[in-house]
Design a protein around this ligand. Sequence first.
Ligand code: NDP
Length: 295
Amino acid sequence: MSADILDGKQIAADIREELKRRAAELTSAGVTPGLGVLLVGDDPASRSYVTAKERACEKVGLHSQETVLPASASREEILEVVRGYNADERIHGILVQLPLPDSAMEADVIETILPEKDADGFHPVSVGRMMLGLPAPLPCTPHGILQILKRSGVTIEGAHAVVVGRSNIVGKPVANLLSRKWELGNATVTVCHTRTKDLGAITRQADILIAAAGKHNMISADMVREGAVVIDVGVNRIEDPSAKRGYRLRGDVDFEAVREKAAAITPVPGGVGPMTITMLLQNTVEAAERVVANS
Ligand code: NDP
């Protein structure tokens, strides 16, 4: 058996077409959805993520505004930019690219974003509302994963989903959304982490296996049940002198071996990654739609 490839790039392109229509409607109602971006420091990976997000905005008809501060920026300078975006009517979603050079500032910075402009879904109010099953901007990677499953026709309801990883941005929220009582949920969920005993015995029980550990090839074929659906969230830079940039991006799953066993699998790149940016655009469009609906 060779697994179906779950084409995150194509699913993302379909959703972006829908968002383009919604953005055009908003623009003709006089409100162009806007994303305010803040980048602190000059980390090349962060710079390239920000550029990709801004390009995606442009293609879908959103406007984006960028502020770059030096790595030495003070807490107050960073908060000032966020407050400026909060007050700016042309900005509907705010994205602070993480990690910040001083990660101790992150909680304060995120809490300063107005919850209604929280494009990443990381604000404690958004997280709390999500936990309660109330409407909220959803964190982009977990929501993107659920959209891949839904739009590929994978049955989530009743499935045993095993999540490897328990971070605040991927593992925890995806486990919450999968187990929630809603159209993209109703799975039975097990969350694994570095203290999990006999990881393979648990991952082998998964109908849906979500690998979000950030460890290249840690999910081998013997850890996967025949016919499982495998979502590879990991993005790992693997040095390769033959690659143009000297490295390739690879996932947490041993793709070639696992594809012979799984029913369906996401590739890296081209799986979850394009969905993450797309759900950021969606959160921004939805924030603008709320502004129009309430005006
Ligand atoms: P974190 O490092 O914050 O969390 C990793 C989690 O995996 C931790 O909970 C850790 O457990 C667990 N873990 C690590 N190693 C093992 C292991 N050997 N066995 C079991 N559990 C393990 O990472 P993130 O959640 O931020 O990201 C995970 C991966 O996803 C990364 O590769 C990242 O680059 C990628 N990513 C991709 C995105 C995309 O758009 N495609 C978006 C966001 C992230 P413990 O808690 O015990 O330490």
